[in-house]
Design a protein around this ligand. Structure first.
Ligand SMILES: [Zn+2]
Length: 472
């Protein structure tokens, strides 16, 4: 066990290390360690080192912690750590506005920044991420470890069917697959005509693993069928892994992807601010994302008490980097709702899991007639009913001060009009059974817009209604 004790911080990983070919684990010692021992001998020392580093190098944390009187020498346990205040997305955004472009939390001199990434900025000014050169090596290690543990091997060829842009996901998959020694086919996405070219390349090169968003993988399959390809026979994917959208953790969407391609569908990902590290990731048993607690320390907390909720319960996600030298996030309040458990997984990893993934994304939630609604719950219902296509929209309007919910859902090609009306009734009644009074509008196949990236399926028109009322 001696080798797992923290020798130096930040940790340095041997870039030439590979596990034995037959090993199911990237690093058996670290991956199957007793959880209590891991907390004491690995997580706590790394956490204390990360806190000290952040306090010394980051004006952001010094200011924030001094204000509330945090004394780092008093943090001697993970319980003590719970007195550290949360960091919010809003705070990071404001800090970057006040100290452009990277905020007052950039702990490295500019010449040690290896890469610049950011949020896509679809809602407001993008958040900028500066990533240190040493961090990049640790990111590659973390990705390779998760990938090995879900079954990726050096013999695999990984097709990356996603944007190479500010968005981190594709780059992380690339770094991890290269570190693991796999062949990488960084195909990208988003250029006109690229989907059709992807199909031809996928048939010819026969990559064995796919990375992208769940939405795009379903669109790709739809396009394949329309052009006479059979995704199970013509392509050779044995593993499809995803991040960027919750879909891969939604049971009926996962089933659809696995039936379509004949490979396993693996969910991964946390949130953009933490994302350079792959630390939430399923194993080949797909029983929920494991939390690789020794790389990013995840808590599910009660927001009022700031305390961790017990295993088995629901809470919101809070993350802390344990080996980041560039812009460490310490108790970053991602705010996504999930439930965690610590019962054993058949894979043998000893990390806790999120058995239903991150099902309530804080950014996606909307409120209708006082009820919190998560689009993922509606998606799960639509995709569990045979006869519906892959695409749908959720439209919220307001009539006479009442919120109205409409779901537009495509039916599959070749479905007759009687079946269409039966599908409509069935979806309405299944949503009603879940407390959602909804009007369903059946849409012909291929009538809703497709995406090659993250789907935007919720359209909230209530602002238009409110504006109209105000102007009257
Ligand atoms: Zn597992």
């Amino acid at each position: 066990m001696g080798e797992t004790v923290l020798k130096a911080w930040p940790p340095k990983y041997d870039p030439s290390y590979l596990p034995a070919a037959a090993s199911p684990y990237w690093n058996k010692g670290r991956d199957t360690m007793d959880p209590t021992e891991r907390e004491q001998r690995v997580i706590l020392p790394k956490l204390q080192a990360q806190l000290k580093y952040a306090y010394e190098k980051s004006a952001f944390y010094k200011r924030k912690w001094d204000r509330v009187g945090v004394r780092l020498e008093e943090i001697r346990s993970l319980e003590d750590f719970e007195q550290i205040p949360f960091v919010t997305k809003e705070e990071i955004r404001e800090d970057q506005l006040a100290h452009p472009p990277f905020g007052s939390n950039l702990c490295l001199p500019r010449e040690e920044v290896g890469r610049i990434h950011g949020t896509s900025g679809t809602t407001g000014k993008p958040t900028a991420f500066a990533i240190g050169r040493g961090d990049i090596a640790r990111i590659a290690e973390a990705h390779a470890r998760c990938m090995w543990n879900f079954g990726l091997r050096p013999e695999d060829t990984v097709f990356i069917g996603s944007f190479f842009s500010l968005y981190w996901g594709s780059w992380g998959a690339l770094l991890g697959a290269e570190r693991l020694g796999a062949t990488v086919f960084p195909f990208g996405a988003g250029v006109p005509g690229q989907t059709d070219r992807a199909l031809e390349w996928m048939k010819e090169v026969r990559p064995t693993a796919f990375y992208g968003t769940p939405s795009y993988s379903l669109y790709l399959a739809e396009r394949a069928r329309a052009r006479g390809f059979d995704p199970r026979k013509d392509f050779a994917f044995r593993i499809l892994f995803f991040s960027g959208e919750p879909g891969a953790g939604i049971p009926s969407t996962r089933k659809r992807i696995e039936e379509t391609y004949g490979g396993i569908c693996v969910d991964s990902g946390s949130t953009a601010e933490m994302a350079p590290w792959m630390s939430n990731c399923e194993c080949s048993h797909r029983q929920g994302m494991h939390l690789y607690q020794d790389v990013v320390y995840a808590e599910l907390v009660d927001t009022a008490s700031r305390k961790r909720v017990p295993y088995g319960e629901e809470g919101v996600t809070v993350y802390t980097h344990l080996e980041r030298t560039s812009q460490p996030m310490i108790r970053f309040m991602a705010g996504d709702i999930s439930r965690w458990v610590d019962d054993p997984c058949p894979c043998g990893l000893t990390f806790p899991r999120l058995p239903r993934g991150v099902y309530g994304r804080a950014d996606d939630m909307f409120v209708v007639r006082g009820e919190n609604v998560y689009p993922s719950a509606i998606e799960d219902v639509i995709r569990s009913i045979r006869g519906f296509g892959d695409e749908y929209r959720i439209i919220i309007t307001r009539e006479k001060a009442m919120d109205e919910l409409m779901v537009q859902a495509e039916y599959e090609p070749g479905v007759d009009s009687q079946t269409v009306s039966r599908l409509k009734d069935r979806l309405e009644s299944e949503l009603k059974a879940r407390g959602l009074r909804t009007v369903v509008q059946m849409m012909p196949p291929d009538s809703l817009e497709r995406t090659q990236f993250k789907a935007r399926r919720v359209i909230d028109k209530r602002d238009l209604y409110d504006d109209a009322i105000r102007r009257r």
